[in-house]
Design a protein around this ligand. Structure first.
Ligand code: 7RM
Length: 660
């Protein structure tokens, strides 16, 4: 592989373009213009491709400018629909009824399950009837703490069917993290598994759940999915096995769905922001559904015969939108894999693509880098000719990783869609439409329909001039000018925080927290976070979360976290810790503190590097100078920038000398 020219362009094959839905730049532009000039009629038409029990009376009402009062947006008011109905019932009586909806492959080869749309509907209805029997009513929250088992999408669709907002907590999170999320959402019921299986190991999720539930009085019932059959603890009267409940003779094969108003909550999903506790993003029924439906259809250019694999975990937004809801809304076959792409052999992913004849593969740069490390002989040994399209998401993709993916997985004949979006945005925001225009490595290309991005100048002092645009090639702060149906409505229980986080920096616009530049041809290049969010393998952790976890430890006086560049994970966590007086900075304590963070938040948040410091660099007003810590973490200590506001310059010398 030679040098990649900055402006290298990769054109989709003629055969791909000929059959693709948006097949020219002109077609994209015409539709785009309409979508932003007449958003109401555009989105109304999209929504009408799905089933509504009652049509909406108002398509859009909003205010994005805090100078005009409360910030809000509402879509499809007065309309009634149901997500589960649109994912399942809608396909009955069509050619999709007996098509495979979900194909599940467990980590052990012999564990597999398949469901047609008809079979999945029945399974979901039965699960819904179990939830009903537990006394749950529309609006009650349900927390799902589950790994990648097929019962997870079934449970989600069952909740959606009954109007029970689900809150999924990634199976890799600790009991502490789970506890906070259950407490915040005041869930009445928890669904979990006995143990999860990953990388040849088992993890005792049930005992994590039990630990969390000690401090979660809102939870009345726990439904346990059997994966390994092994549980270390059990609470009679509260815990039940799903198998026993769902096979009970009074559980029927059908369950009516609730008619949900468009703005009724579909789910809550917690995500890290730059400050404080994780924020519960609230996504609604009508808007989220419509947005995810269309982005899935066009970005992945779905065909009748698509066999689609998104390698994310359902515990993150990518899995919600593009493993479960997006594919099923579109009548596509979605493939779900329980394990990691590197176990039991480094070609597990390629082997599955070969065996199942996957046509679309959607993964993260971190996975691509980890897989490329294993060498190109692994994909070369497999027949990957079923692949038509590749996708990436979660963090900026470096051009080298992009090229590796393009050459070794796509064999130079699959377009790559680099999709930029966020938990908050509900669905894909900036991405190539694969048949419309050539791609450039490292660029998420153009905005999706209805999305109006603006790269703003962060250096403007004058309030009236806030939001001034950067010139091509100059990096600024990415904002979105107008509402779209997929954007979260609020932070659960804290609307003011939602307004402040996203709408106060650039009045009138949604602030993404990402840096971005646009080239002369309008291609967008996302540059990572501009706030204190660390992106580890595409997962968001805030410096504040790590710091709060550390200071809970009895020996820690103060802590600061920064991102350190990492070849595989993109970024890793580097922490600076000052100890309480008299405490010895030993290797053993270092290990203990790292374990402590892992216990408080989860393995993804465990710091790779921990440095003991005499003190942290502060301004005279007492603010930690994060810019300096970042430079030290990045090992760019000869360019510390302006340190004139620093209170005590000796601190820096100590930090550099003792860099870990
Ligand atoms: C979908 C998801 C969101 C943050 C976002 C960015 C980064 C995501 C890309 C990307 C560059 C991409 N939701 N990000 N996709 N950066 N190119 N294609 O990841 O809420 O977990 O994270 O991830 O910084 O703000 S998320």
């Amino acid at each position: 592989m030679g040098m990649i020219e900055k402006d290298s362009k990769f054109y989709p094959d003629k055969t791909f373009v000929e059959t693709s839905q948006i097949n020219s730049l002109e077609m994209y532009r015409t539709m785009y213009e309409r979508s932003v000039n007449e958003p109401e009629s555009f989105w109304k038409e999209v929504a009408e491709e799905l089933v509504w029990f009652k049509k909406p009376h108002t398509i859009l009402k909003y205010n994005f400018d805090n100078r005009n009062g409360r910030i809000f947006h509402e879509w499809f008011r007065g309309g009634y629909t149901n997500m589960s109905y649109n994912c399942l019932d809608r396909h009955m009586g069509t050619e999709n009824e007996n098509k495979r909806a979900l194909v599940w492959q467990g980590e052990p080869d012999e564990d597999t399950r398949e469901f047609t749309y008809r079979e999945l509907l029945t399974e979901v209805c039965r699960f819904s009837n179990v939830l009903k029997k537990k006394g749950l009513k529309k609006g009650d929250r349900v927390t799902l703490y589950m790994p990648m088992v097929w019962q997870l999408p079934v449970a989600m669709l069952a909740c959606a069917r009954l109007g029970l907002p689900h809150s999924i907590v990634f199976g890799g999170f600790s009991s502490e993290a789970l506890m906070h999320r259950i407490q915040e959402s005041e869930s009445k019921l928890l669904i979990t598994v006995d143990e999860s299986i990953r990388g040849g190991k088992t993890f005792d999720l049930k005992s994590n759940a039990d630990q969390a539930l000690l401090k979660c009085p809102s939870v009345e019932h726990v439904i346990v999915v059997k994966r390994t059959g092994h549980v270390s603890s059990w609470k009679e009267g509260r815990d039940v096995w799903l198998d026993e409940e769902i096979n009970s003779p009074d559980i029927g094969d059908f369950c009516e769905c609730e008619h949900m108003e468009a703005e009724d909550t579909l789910f809550i999903l917690y995500t890290s922001g730059s400050t404080g506790k994780p924020k519960g993003q609230v996504h609604t029924t009508g808007g989220y559904m419509t947005y995810v439906y269309l982005t899935q259809k066009l970005v992945f250019d779905l065909r009748k015969e698509s066999f689609y694999w998104c390698m994310a975990d359902i515990g993150w937004i990518t899995g919600h939108s593009y493993i479960v809801y997006g594919p099923l809304l579109n009548g596509t076959t979605t493939f779900m894999y329980e394990g990691t792409p590197l176990y039991p052999a480094p070609d597990r992913a390629w082997e599955l693509i070969e065996r199942y004849k996957i046509t679309i593969c959607y993964t993260a740069p971190t996975a691509i880098r980890a897989l490329s490390r294993q060498g190109e002989s692994w994909p070369a040994k497999r027949d990957l000719s079923s692949l038509k399209l590749l996708g990436t998401v979660g963090e900026p993709i470096n051009p080298e990783a992009w090229m590796w993916y393009y050459e070794n997985v796509g064999r130079r004949s699959c377009p790559i869609v680099d999709t930029w979006w966020q938990t908050e945005t509900g669905g894909i925001m900036i991405s190539p439409l694969p048949g419309a225009a050539p791609t450039k490595p490292g660029s998420a290309q153009f905005p999706f329909f209805g999305i109006v991005p603006r790269v703003c100048d962060p250096g403007v002092e004058d309030f009236e001039k806030q939001g001034e645009k950067m010139k091509p090639g100059e990096t600024g702060h990415l904002c979105i000018e107008k509402p779209w149906p997929g954007l979260s409505r609020t932070i659960y229980g804290d609307h003011a925080r939602w307004e402040q986080t996203y709408f106060y920096q650039y009045p009138g616009m949604y602030f993404t927290g990402d840096g971005c530049y646009m080239d002369a041809e309008g291609y967008h290049f996302l540059q990572g976070r501009v706030d204190d969010v660390i992106n580890i393998s595409g997962h968001r952790i805030s410096t504040a979360e790590v710091e709060s976890a550390l200071v809970l430890h009895k020996d820690v006086a103060e802590a600061a976290a920064a991102a350190k560049p990492d070849e595989i994970k993109g970024q890793s966590i580097y922490v600076f810790v000052t100890l309480k007086l008299g405490v010895e900075p030993t290797e053993a304590l270092k290990k203990e503190l790292i374990d402590h963070v892992r216990k408080e938040i989860g393995a993804i948040a465990s710091p790779d590097t921990l440095q003991f410091a005499i003190s942290l660099p502060k301004t005279r007003s007492g603010k930690i100078m994060r810019r300096i810590l970042r430079k030290i973490a990045e090992n760019k200590t000869d360019d510390l920038g302006d340190v004139s506001t620093l209170e005590d310059a000796d601190v820096i010398r100590d930090l550099i000398q003792n860099r870990s």
